[in-house]
Design a protein around this ligand. Structure first.
Ligand code: 3UK
Length: 516
């Protein structure tokens, strides 16, 4: 699917996702529902209200000296203001930069500088207000929340959404970067539309009666689609929650807002299952489908979630670079442990080191072609050339496709292990160990044995109330041996209190590899 065949040249994403609903008679529908922390009453915004706020915010940006093409950085929790800021920047023809709220000051500074943000809106409980001016580029404007709201209220709304090109820059997302510096992924006006017409249409089958709730926050490419542009594409509602998504908080939000679509990451499903097993009450009766992405969903979690809630989790893989999900399970095609089949609109290839297609059933490097793929990494010419190959992008993931066309994740290209010259997928070993009743989480990396040969090393966290013992190690070994080929069984087992993770919840295997 190509934007150039479906969208006019003049296309503004904010007009499409917000303003268009007024023209099409959906102005009185609810666009956003949010539980503001500590407040009993919900805040709701209709499409009419959101459109006015977005055009006012664009007016406030203009008054503050922001021009078309300038970057507007947003360090805000999931809230109506973040939505208004994101669409407001795009409405003016500026480039919205939602930023990870969990990062440390050092990374915020890097991102403000690298994106050369002209204006930064920040939550003072995240960015120290006394430091804000020192963190941003020279001459940039900073607004804390109170200043942003005052500017919004005082502003004159822009008359019309900027007449941007469908291929113009719309937003940057800084990828969490498991290995190094954050990279700004550049997305165009048409990219979100492509995601809606591919994953949104064929997998979620989202309609205007849906209510979308995402544990993954809006600064994450996954959350941005889940709880902004998918619902806003069809005139549905987004449920926003600004707090930390503990199982308790998530269950309360689900009960309060009764979402129909629920989006999580595997770790969150595991934590929720642990809470349910400890007797916490969870009512997911309003939910018609659950999605998971960010890392592979182990079959054991899929099965237990289905047992406990009656719901199926659709595992899908997306990336910040491709904007959203391009390979996914679908309600009528699920194989636990598999990421499913290509989302209609995307083409996938599995290749070997020489770039040739690997035979069916063998692991290869995943290349993807689709029109939501980033234009480039901001200020990173070499990294851009490494990732983009014409219309194709290298995902850095290993996959195999089985005889029935289901794709199975085999880890990151850089995480793969070879033992005895044979590829071992750490994900497969982790899946086997996770099925052991004492294991909460698990990560497997390569470690050298006495001969300098690579063997699998499993780092394990245990469920509450269980402690490590020689008997447990024996039980884990027996369990692994039952499920895995001998060369795949972990040679080393280490118990940890917790696994090192990135701000977005991905296990930092490189830190485990670096352990003595
Ligand atoms: C890994 C998965 C196995 C994979 C994302 C949905 O995660 C997202 O984006 P990121 O840029 O990371 C991308 C990388 O994460 N991954 C994601 N999902 C899965 N591995 N199974 C999965 N289901 O290595 C991928 O290359 O943080 C997810 C939508 C938008 C996103 N940006």
């Amino acid at each position: 699917m190509r934007a150039s065949e479906h969208l006019p040249e003049v296309f503004n994403a904010a007009e499409h996702f917000v303003g268009r609903h007024l023209r099409e008679g959906r102005g009185s529908r609810v666009a956003i529902v949010s539980s503001e922390l500590g407040k009993a009453a919900d805040a709701t915004m209709t499409y009419d209200e959101l459109d006015r706020a977005v055009r006012k915010f664009a007016g406030a940006l203009r008054a503050a000296g922001v021009h078309r093409g300038d970057r507007v950085a947003l360090v805000l929790r999931d809230s109506p203001l973040l939505s208004i800021g994101f669409w407001g920047a795009i409405a003016l023809g500026a480039v919205a930069v939602p930023i990870n709220t969990l990062l440390k000051e050092h990374d915020h500074r890097t991102i403000f500088r690298d994106s050369d943000a002209r204006l930064v809106v920040f939550d003072e409980t995240i960015v120290d207000a006394s430091q804000a001016k020192a963190l941003v580029a020279e001459g940039a404007v900073t607004f804390n929340i109170a200043e942003a709201i005052a500017a919004l209220e005082a502003a004159t709304p822009i008359e019309a959404y900027a007449a941007t090109h469908r291929d113009g820059f719309a937003f940057l997302l800084y990828s969490s970067g498991t290995t190094g510096e954050p990279k700004g992924v550049v997305h165009l006006q048409h990219d979100m539309w492509i995601c809606c017409e591919t994953y949104g249409r064929s997998i979620l089958q989202i309609t205007e009666t849906d209510r979308c709730f995402s544990i993954a926050k809006l600064f994450f490419a996954y959350g941005l689609g889940n709880a902004q542009y998918f619902p806003l594409h069809v005139g549905a509602s987004a449920v926003l929650y600004e707090g930390r998504p503990t199982p308790e908080a998530v269950f309360a939000e689900v009960k309060r807002h009764r979402p129909t679509l629920f989006f999580g990451v595997p770790t969150a499903y595991a934590n929720m299952l642990a809470a349910i097993d400890q007797g916490m009450e969870a009512d997911f009766s309003s939910v018609r489908a659950c999605a998971s992405a960010g890392e592979a969903l182990p079959a054991a979690i899929f099965e237990r979630w289905r047992e406990r809630t009656g719901l199926t989790i659709l595992d899908g893989i997306g990336s910040t670079e491709i904007c959203h999900i391009f390979l996914s399970s679908r309600p009528d095609a699920i194989r636990p442990g598999s990421t499913g089949k290509p989302v209609p609109g995307y083409d996938l290839r599995l290749v070997d080191e020489t770039g040739g297609d690997v035979p069916r059933g063998e692991l290869g490097d995943l290349l993807v072609r689709g029109d939501s793929t980033m234009a480039m990494y901001w200020n990173k010419h070499e990294a851009t050339k490494h990732a983009l190959r014409g219309e194709w992008i290298r995902t850095g993931d290993k996959y195999l496709e089985d005889e029935d066309g289901f794709f199975f994740h085999g880890g990151r290209s850089d995480d793969m292990l070879k033992t005895g010259g044979i590829w071992v997928s750490p994900v497969e070993v982790e899946g086997a160990l996770l099925a052991h009743p004492s294991v909460l989480e698990c990560a497997v990396v390569g470690a050298e044995d006495d001969d300098g040969l690579t063997k699998a090393h499993a780092f394990i966290t245990l469920r509450a109330g269980i402690s490590s013992s020689p008997a447990l190690v024996e039980s884990l070994r027996a369990h692994a041996k039952e499920r895995l080929a001998p060369y795949k069984c972990p040679r080393f087992i280490t118990f940890l209190d917790e696994l090192p993770k990135t701000a977005t919840g991905k296990i930092q295997r490189f830190l485990l590899r670096a352990r003595p």
